[in-house]
Structure formats: structure tokens, C-alpha cells
Design a binder for this molecule. Structure first.
Ligand SMILES: C[S@@+](CC[C@H](N)C(=O)[O-])C[C@H]1O[C@@H](n2cnc3c(N)ncnc32)[C@H](O)[C@@H]1O
Length: 197
């Protein structure tokens, strides 16, 4: 009798607990599916964030940035003319064997790049920018555009972009190395957009 009473009392409780747990499990799975779908949407439909190098001068910097892109799953656009050949030893050494795994595209000119570039905003990193990159809201489909080591980018490029960001430096410092600038801002942009591989 006691067991029966006990069972009778516990059965509805057991059913409620089971239903609650099942619901929680369903909610959790649904959250997981949503997150996976969002990640897939970002990578396939919105496309991943990209780096673009405007007429790079120095092969080691370009190789370093392509290697960075390979490691972080960020395709790199190289807008030619470059100040080096792709057979350059410095380029190959900086990119190491990651060059083979890297997703990089060469564009013959700025105009050719504009005609074929991936959708999304163009975000220029420039010492002439007024907005610190840490105050900017990045989107997963942004392309971070880096200027030439010797001269940045021309005014026509400044006018064509959607935003111009600056890495704040201490007074008297004009700029930092282009590959370091790219790595700093890409890190923040991937952090904000949950784009880390
Ligand atoms: C060596 S800098 C070029 C400096 C060039 N003489 C100029 O005045 O633009 C090469 C590239 O690195 C990036 N860069 C370097 N320092 C930066 C900073 N403080 N803020 C934003 N971008 C920077 C920019 O993309 C820049 O075009």
C-alpha cells in the first residue's frame, strides 16, 4: 500500500520533471541548431570577413598577412600592382608553406577589384582615419583594407570606402607596420563578430 501511495504521489511529479527536462533538452538543442545555422549563414551566405592589401610594396609583409589569413580562415585580396614578384624569396619565406593552404586572390588593379569584389563594407585602416577601430562596430562580411607601406592609399580610395579607422598611437608616431596593423584590427573584428575559427 505504502509503495502504491508513494508511486501514486510521485508519478505526476515524475511526469512533470520528465516533461521539463525534455523541454530543456529541446530548447538547448534548438539553441545549438540556431548557433550552427548562424555560423553557417555567416560563412556561406554572408561570406567571411576578408583582408585586402592595396598595392603592397614589401613581400615579407604581404606573405605575413597571407599567412595570418590562412591561420584565421580569412581570405586575402591582393590589389596589384605590387612592389615585388610573387616568386620573391622574401614573400615565400614569410608565407612559408601556408601559402599553399591560403585563400588569396590577385586583382590586376583597384578598378578590377571593385568590379569583382565580395559584397560587404570596405573598411579602410588609415593613419588619416578619425575613428579609433576599438569604437567601431564590425560586421562579419566586412573587408579590412590596408594601404601601401610607402604611401597608404590615394584619395580616390579614401572616397570609395564605407569607413576609415585609425589605430591610436602616441604623439609623434605616424604609423606601425602594415602586417601588425592588419593583425590588430582583424583580431578585434573577429572577436566582435565571433568569427574566430
Ligand atoms: C606604414 S603604413 C603607411 C603610412 C603611409 N605613409 C601613410 O601616410 O598612409 C601602411 C598601412 O598600415 C596601416 N596602418 C599603419 N599604421 C596605422 C594606424 N596607426 N592606423 C591605421 N592604419 C595603420 C594602414 O593601412 C597603412 O596604409
Amino acid at each position: 500500500m505504502r509503495v502504491l501511495r508513494h508511486d501514486a504521489a510521485e508519478f505526476p511529479f515524475f511526469c512533470r520533471t520528465l516533461a521539463g527536462a525534455t523541454l530543456d533538452h529541446a530548447r538547448a538543442s534548438c539553441g545549438g541548431v540556431k548557433a550552427a545555422f548562424a555560423a553557417l549563414w555567416t560563412k556561406v551566405v554572408l561570406r567571411p570577413m576578408r583582408l585586402a592589401l592595396f598595392e603592397p610594396d614589401i613581400p615579407q609583409n604581404a606573405g605575413t598577412l597571407i599567412r595570418l589569413g590562412a591561420g584565421l580562415n580569412v581570405p586575402v585580396d591582393i590589389i596589384e600592382p605590387c612592389g615585388f614578384l610573387f616568386s620573391d624569396r622574401g614573400f615565400k619565406r614569410a608565407g612559408m608553406d601556408y601559402l599553399d593552404a591560403a585563400d588569396y586572390v590577385r586583382h590586376s588593379s583597384w578598378q578590377a577589384y571593385l568590379a569583382s569584389r565580395a559584397p560587404g563594407r570596405l573598411i579602410l585602416l588609415t593613419v588619416r582615419g578619425s575613428l579609433p577601430y576599438t569604437d567601431f562596430a564590425f560586421a562579419a562580411s566586412d573587408t579590412l583594407l590596408l594601404g601601401r607601406e610607402s604611401a597608404g592609399v590615394p584619395d580616390t580610395v579614401h572616397e570609395a570606402v564605407d569607413a576609415r579607422l585609425r589605430i591610436p598611437l602616441r604623439t609623434g608616431m605616424r604609423s606601425i607596420n602594415v602586417a601588425q596593423a592588419g593583425a590588430m584590427v582583424l583580431g578585434e573584428a573577429l572577436r566582435q563578430t565571433k568569427g574566430w575559427p
